[in-house]
Design a protein. Structure first.
Length: 112
C-alpha cells in the first residue's frame, strides 16, 4: 500500500510556495478559489503507509469512513518524529501545518 493526503482548501497568495505549481500558474487565481494539493506521497510500502495512517488518527487505512482526516486526532508530535526519520517529507509536513491554519480539509488516500 502507498498513501498520500489530499488537501483541499481556499487559495490565498501566501500559500503559493506550498502549492504544487509554479507561482506564475496562480497569478489569476482568485482568493478563496478551492485548490487541491497532494502531500506526502508515501511509496515505501505498506508498513510505512500504515504507520503514517495511524499518526493521522486512522485505525484502519482501508476504512473509507475514516478517510476524511479529523485534525483533532492527528498526532503532531508523531508526525514531527516521522519526518525526522524520513526527511524527504519535511516540506510536506510544513505545508500541512500551514494548510491547517488556512482551514483546509484533508483526506487520506491509500493506493495499492
Amino acid at each position: 500500500m502507498c498513501a498520500e493526503i489530499l488537501a483541499i482548501g481556499p487559495f490565498h497568495p501566501d500559500l503559493v510556495k506550498h502549492l504544487e505549481y509554479s507561482e506564475e500558474m496562480y497569478q489569476n487565481t482568485k482568493i478563496s478559489t478551492p485548490v487541491v494539493v497532494s502531500l506526502f506521497g508515501i511509496v515505501e510500502g505498506s508498513s510505512l503507509s500504515r504507520e503514517f495512517a495511524a499518526l493521522l488518527g486512522l485505525t484502519d487505512p482501508w476504512d473509507f469512513n475514516q478517510h476524511k482526516i479529523d485534525k483533532e486526532k492527528v498526532n503532531r508530535k508523531g508526525l514531527m518524529d516521522f519526518v525526522e526519520a524520513h526527511s524527504d517529507y519535511a516540506r510536506d509536513l510544513e505545508a500541512l501545518l500551514v494548510f491547517v491554519e488556512h482551514d483546509f480539509d484533508f483526506y487520506f488516500l491509500p493506493n495499492g
